[in-house]
Design a binder for this molecule. Sequence first.
Ligand code: XLS
Ligand code: NI
Ligand code: NI
Length: 455
Amino acid sequence: MTSSPEPFFGNIDAIAYEGPESDNPLAFRWYDAGRIIMGKTMAEHLRFGVCYWHSFAWDGSDIFGHGTLDRPWNPASRTGNTTIDPLDAAKLKMAAAFEFIEKLGAPFFSFHDIDIAPAGSSFRETCGHFDEMVDEAAGHMDRTGIKLLWGTTNAFSHPRFMAGAATNPDPDLFAYAAAQVAHCMNATHRLGGANYVLWGGREGYETLLNTDMSRELDQLGRFLNMVVEHKHAIGFEGALLIEPKPMEPTKHQYDYDVATVYGFLQRYGLDNEIKVNIEVNHATLSGHDFHHEVATAVHSGIFGSIDANAGDDRLGWDLDLFPKSVEQMTLGMLEILRGGGFTTGGLMFDTKLRRMSIERDDLFHGHIGAMDTMARSLLAAASILEDGEIDRRRTARYAGWDAEQRILDGSHPAAVTLQQLHDEVIGDDSFDPQPVSGRQEALENLVARHIERAR
Ligand code: XLS
Ligand code: NI
Ligand code: NI
């Protein structure tokens, strides 16, 4: 049964598209869900998702202070109700979450198991609470049409996981995490989730003095193979996604970046089974541009989904900011479109309000701005591709290779060796390759023009 308490965002109506000239702060200026861009609607291209944890479960606390936010269902929050029964609180929280997502007009949401249901005194009791809340979620999903982009397991917050889950030196913790993941995968399957995400929470290390990295990576490889086997055993058709991150909470996270994850997947025979969920701020923390991570995933055939939360250039941790930079996101959307766009994935806002943003409507302002940033970036990226000039120039830059299959293809009948190339070059005094401009500034100006003009 789905409970229907008082609206939490009572003074806010459904957010509408009003166009770039609108000054209404609670309207979209760029995200026009039904508008067709390159053969698909904006909603189909962008597949926006709202996260449960930062938006509804988090109380606004940081390492220096207590919860500031107005989240009555969370006792640790500024307005937290300490007398409410935990399951009633979970239901209130869920009603507010679905009210928000429906009014915002985002088609998807995502959750961790511990976000939606209170812990019990045993794993069995915790699972009982969780199953009850999964039923409640199914009711809200039927009622609103909102779908599950991905489910995931939190095997990092509880003290038992302080030394990792799958990579823990104690096999009992591997077993505990396995039980939690199996239970949450079953629920994700039941709710028709499009993906299941595995972010390696505390799968990493602080010091090699107490860490056997070889063992830990083998454990992680085995764990993920068990996850793949379980996916096939239950008939889950969504994609399995690893979310790379270079550091935080541990000093060194094993799933450092997309290239590291790809190497790991190949080593453990998982490269056809698991893809990546790329988070913008994790990309920049690993020393890469967001679009570099997307291009690496597309090139490796493991592009899955995006967590569209950004960082701050001067702060070296995961800030989970709502994305504001149209330039950064245009370059990312360009690589996403070049790769063929999303299949099961989407743009999930793993975003956090600042802890001083304590009005209820602040959550709308954050998401509206983020969705408009992504929509505007989609328009600019589509304009770049439809115009074709950048791709034409890029193709022309490599044109010489079209006639050089003998170098590129080792099985070519006329394939050349290193020595043959040496002999050709040393034997031809007129051989004198000339440098050609890379035209970077001109290309950047072209991108700027598309961003200015795309409407
Ligand atoms: C943490 C991660 C986390 C995952 C889900 O940095 O971004 O929020 O997306 O566990
Ligand atoms: Ni994330
Ligand atoms: Ni993150």
